[in-house]
Design a protein around this ligand. Structure first.
Ligand code: FES
Length: 101
């Protein structure tokens, strides 16, 4: 095992989990679309080395309203995130990254 010294300033985890038979899951509430938009935003704004965006399996807060998103460090857990709320997440992350740089 080797410890990794390269770390992002922010790591955004977006649940894109699919569940069968119509069960509540982030895949049904645009989890992948939210992940994709955040990932593209990071790349387009030259933030890829400081802000990582990772899609995940179930984070334990499945619902039929919006996806579950977690931002580290700081352990900001958000549930029921809808696509039209992504701008708030971008602002939050950007503000935090600017304070660190
Ligand atoms: S499917 Fe996303 S939190 Fe469970």
């Amino acid at each position: 095992m080797q410890q990794i010294s390269t770390k992002p300033l922010k790591h955004i985890l977006v649940c894109t989990n699919e569940r069968p038979h119509g069960k509540e899951c982030c895949s049904n509430v645009q989890g992948y679309e939210i992940f994709r938009e955040l990932k593209d935003w990071v790349k387009a704004n030259g933030l890829a080395s400081s802000v990582w965006v990772t899609r995940t399996g179930c984070l334990g807060f499945c619902n039929n309203v919006g996806a579950t998103v977690v931002i580290y460090p700081g352990q900001l857990w958000l549930r029921e995130v809808k696509k039209d709320e992504i701008e708030k997440i971008k602002s939050l992350v950007l503000e935090s990254v600017k304070q660190t740089l």
